[in-house]
Ligand binder design. Structure first.
Ligand code: AOS
Ligand code: ZN
Ligand code: ZN
Length: 425
């Protein structure tokens, strides 16, 4: 099912209400000195990669409630990303997971991606599950394993993922390790870390010159006593040990409760080592919930640091923006539409912060004014700006309403059937 601009324009219907809202807001912002056209363009340019594994209902370890019409192969997954992109104009990339998404026909996959305006962002390796046909098990670790043969198998898998990514035009490898321990004393922390560093360096050493490596961290799960790459500091250390093209990836759900993620972002960007993002939201842990559904103000504060860093840290590379989500009860595509909107909303609000006024208030130690500036931006309803950015690109005024009125899920069920299972978490 491919959505045309005409389908979407029909679903948009009358734009008068939007035009009035946009006019009112843009006049207010212009009075405040905001370059509204430039802001709308920045929002329109912001593209977020959809993870291939979030297009089906992953469920939880207690069960999985299928969502009918789920994509059954890579081509269909890219088709789903195409639907999201057509509606939002902000999902122009996909992040694949190998071996779940290993293409059988590269030309066909690339063609479908082209037709949908989708590029291949960071590609993910998987050494947290044993795969059919592999000699060794990752039960006791992969890149950190004490057994050299197992580490070599995990390194070889990562090299293979890069070769697959090269054929698709990807330029980034993301490593997330499940390696760790569930019980004290199970393994030497120091040895596990140094083996991991050695393995990461081997992978990095095989990367093509125009590729970069993103290293994700996570404090616990699936191991519950320790994780080898437990926090941003460990990831940062490993990235430094690898070299200039290795960076830390921040997944919002991979922090202990109340961590100051915006400070982590600022610190990494100042050192030129923030490479990518996995957006999601969380109440307790790695919940992989809809972006902005629990802590939208925290997301805004994170974007404040990102906007500052993008303007002031030329030492930091362009970031790979990705969602990392899992769905249990919502239609995955509707959930992703909500996430995309929340990301753009936080970004647009952060762009509204008057950085000069904020700096002046900071230098004056005017704490109250600093908060007023941040919260003034946060309290602005920027949705007309997001609508304008979407409409300029031929997207939907309201993506979820359009998705429903165009009966997209019904169309997918018609094409794929009711009893479908998507691969992935
Ligand atoms: C796992 O917790 C990490 O967030 C990974 O980035 C990701 O969810 C995984 O690679 C997908 O299986
Ligand atoms: Zn992640
Ligand atoms: Zn995660």
């Amino acid at each position: 099912m491919q959505l045309t601009k005409q389908h979407i324009a029909d679903a948009n219907g009358n734009l008068k209400g939007h035009q009035a809202d946009y006019y009112y807001l843009s006049q207010k912002l212009i009075d405040q000195g905001v370059d509204v056209d430039a802001l709308v363009q920045k929002v329109a340019d912001f593209q977020v990669a959809i993870p291939s594994w979030a297009l089906g209902a992953g469920g939880t370890r207690f069960g999985r409630f299928s969502f009918h019409g789920e994509p059954g192969n890579l081509e269909q997954k890219i088709g789903d990303v195409g639907i999201l992109h057509a509606l939002t104009q902000t999902a122009g990339a996909v992040s694949l997971h190998i071996p779940w998404d290993t293409p059988t026909d590269y030309a066909a996959v690339k063609q479908i991606a082209d037709q949908n305006g989708i590029v291949f962002d960071a590609i993910n390796s998987n050494t947290f599950q044993d795969q059919p046909g592999t000699k060794h098990s990752y039960k006791h670790g992969s890149l950190a394993n004490s057994d050299e043969a197992i580490r070599a198998q995990a390194v070889a898998h990562n090299n293979e993922v890069v070769r697959i990514g090269e054929k698709l035009g990807s330029k980034t490898l993301t490593i997330w390790l499940a390696d760790g321990t569930s019980f004290p004393g199970q393994r030497s922390f120091q040895k596990a870390l140094s083996q991991t560093e050695k393995s990461c360096k081997e992978i990095y050493g095989e990367l093509p010159q125009d590729w970069s490596l993103l290293i994700e961290y996570k404090p616990y799960e699936p191991n519950f006593y320790s994780t080898v790459i437990m926090d941003w500091g460990t990831s940062f250390m490993l990235a430094n040990a690898c070299g200039d093209r290795a960076y830390t990836l921040v997944d919002l759900g991979h922090h202990l409760p109340n961590s100051n993620i915006e400070q982590v972002v600022a610190t990494l960007m100042s050192k030129g080592k923030l490479g990518g993002f996995h957006f999601n939201d969380s109440k307790y842990g790695d919940d992989d919930l809809t972006v902005g559904s629990i802590k939208p103000y925290a997301l805004f504060l994170i974007f404040n640091e990102l906007v500052y860093g993008m303007a002031n840290n030329p030492q930091n590379p362009d970031l790979a923006w990705m969602i990392d989500a899992s769905h249990n009860i919502k239609d995955p595509l509707e959930d992703l539409l909500q996430s995309l909107e929340a990301i753009q909303e936080a970004y647009a609000k952060a762009l509204l912060i008057d950085q000069k006024a904020l700096e002046a208030a900071q230098l004056n130690h005017d704490v109250v004014k600093c908060q007023e500036i941040l919260q003034g931006a946060y309290r602005t309803d920027v949705r007309p700006l997001l609508q304008k950015a979407r409409l300029n690109g031929g997207g939907a005024l309201n993506p979820i309403e359009a998705y429903r009125s165009l009966k997209v899920r019904e169309g997918l069920i018609g094409e794929r059937g009711k009893h479908t299972v998507a691969t992935g978490l």
